[in-house]
Design a protein. Sequence first.
Length: 392
Amino acid sequence: MGKKDYDVIIVGAGIMGACTAYYLMKANDKLHLAVIERDPTYTRASTTLSMANVRVQFGLKENIQISQYALQVFETFAEDMEVDGDKPDIGHQKIGNLFLVNEEGEEVRRKNLALQLELGCNVEWWPPETIVEHYPLYNPEGYVGGTFGPDDGIIDPYALLMAYVKKAKSLGAQFIKGEVKAMKTKAGQVEGVVLFSGEQLSAPIVVNCAGAWAPELARTAGIDLPVIPVMRQVFALDTADKPEGPLPLTILPSGLYFRTETGSLILLGKSMQDDTVGYDFKWDDKRFMEILWPELAEFVPAFDTLKLVRGWAGLYAVSTLDENAFIGEWPELKGYFMANGFSGHGLQQGPAVGRYLSQLILGLPPTLDLSIFSPQRILDNRPIAEDVWAIV
Ligand SMILES: Cc1cc2nc3c(=O)[nH]c(=O)nc-3n(C[C@H](O)[C@H](O)[C@H](O)COP(=O)(O)OP(=O)(O)OC[C@H]3O[C@@H](n4cnc5c(N)ncnc54)[C@H](O)[C@@H]3O)c2cc1C
């Protein structure tokens, strides 16, 4: 390793760390920036274990604008992120998101739809007949309709992450393999970090991008971050009946969601109240067989014959305050910034959050004001009021 004194140290090189590094270096390529990642293969990072979905269908203005920015970035991504003639292919596919709506959720969904349209999003209200017209395998009985976002879709999370890492490196960021043990602080100011190897790195600014492990790092500076790691499971299914074209990410009001994956498999998941809290990665086929499959087969009767091919578990970093992220400087520790608590929607938020954090750190005016996510609300015990129907 070279220089031990940095301007900024980022802990964690998942999508948040990598995007923040990229935007910092893009704004100022003279910065001495270290990004510390304990596992550059990303075996357990949420970024690489995600469902890869990008959607404008949120109920909070800022969450919608964040995804609108991601869609804008993806339009010219290959050109903008080129390094030495290599143009990254992030496999962006607009397969759409379809949220099924029942009577109970209709008012909130229609309100969300109105907000999305007001902000210029491409989202449509579909009555049940339109749903069947587009997706004949679906049985929308019991639903009043659905909202369909043709611009929603998927990207390849690993390709996206690698593109940001590679570009940030090309601009001068140093990516270091190592595990941060603790933050160093003195008189209300961050001073750097200590690694488990014993090495000490100094910087007046440390950014916590440690994903589901963020509360562990925060604790080393005496900060109690209201974020918990919650295990979520995803199952890959080979159905006997194959849909003719791709199925959108389809979300039932119960929280069950599924979509087609390349190679005609179906990916499916559901966030459940009894999901394990902790650093647990053991997925459970019984959960699919006994609970999720019957629910799926009711909505898609043709899927009553299928094979469970594999599954995986990843962690949501869940804010127990309001299920929304904490982005910004901690008011009681100068130089300590965070981008934590993204639950199940952080992958698509990387570009906007990385840009915003870089602007905060460099003292530049924010292009998109995300101060609503300020960690000050933890101290004030002031949750963001977003309709729960809008979050998955
Ligand atoms: C099953 C599942 C499905 C999801 N689906 C979607 C989706 O469809 N769309 C969407 O937008 N989002 C989705 N998400 C959420 C999204 O994946 C996360 O919000 C996002 O990836 C968080 O990125 P991150 O950089 O904060 O965390 P991570 O990707 O987890 O990165 C954190 C990194 O920090 C490193 N680290 C931690 N502690 C230390 C330390 N002390 N020292 C050094 N390194 C450390 C870790 O090794 C890790 O690589 C999903 C998540 C899961 C689990």
